[in-house]
Design a protein around this ligand. Sequence first.
Ligand code: SF4
Ligand code: SF4
Length: 255
Amino acid sequence: MKRKIENDKFEIITPQEMENEDKPKKMCLQKRTSCIRCGTCCKGSGPSLLKKDLDLFTSGVLSHENTYTIRAGELVRSHEDGQIYESFMEIIKIRGKENSPVCIFYSDDGGCGIYGNRPLQCRQYKCWQRADLYGGLQKNALVRKELFGSVDVLLDIIAKHEEKCSYGALSAAFESLAGGDENAVEEIMDMLQYDTYIRPFLVEKLSVPDDALCLILGRPLTESVNEFGFRVVREGDDYILLPVENKEEQKQEEG
Ligand code: SF4
Ligand code: SF4
């Protein structure tokens, strides 16, 4: 309870009365029941793709120019809370705009540029309802094996790349390094070397477009090691692995 002086009189007022002074007597909460295309969900990130979105690649709506792969076990920084999470599975996603999480197809004036052909996750998402997006993704995610199913040479290269430098092996090597095992540096450098060798090989020998590499092989390890607290510096033909000294430096490394 509070007291106030009005017309030289003391008046005792309750918090309820205070509230009624500047707020409507009746409050009515209206629940949203349909999408108003405000674009809020497009600004957080592009959608993850599901098996049913494969047709969008065959029809040309999606391509290597607007998609990329997050590999199983990859450490990914969330745009929502800035924390690093480990991806529990392989996911193909629509890219964000340069240096931004906003979906590449979104524009402030036009909304979704592929609205009539937007991926299933965008169609299913209803911000006013609770939904188990991850459960659906776990069962139905589109993976590189299905996307490149008819291109044996790419499937072999993807399998070899996973065998040589999976995120499981990379995480284990960084853990050994943190535990004082200096041999782990060599293991990490071998993985970095393979990843930096195979990318130009695909471009030069198989005429794969440069901008398809993030879909075929995921992000370059020279970038993703930042999430493990390291950075790679190139000196001539050599790569040097250095610890990131502080969070500010790590943010700069991640661009
Ligand atoms: S689903 Fe919700 S957040 Fe996304 S565009 Fe529609 S109204 Fe906006
Ligand atoms: S594809 Fe379209 S609907 Fe889906 S997140 Fe991008 S802009 Fe939004």
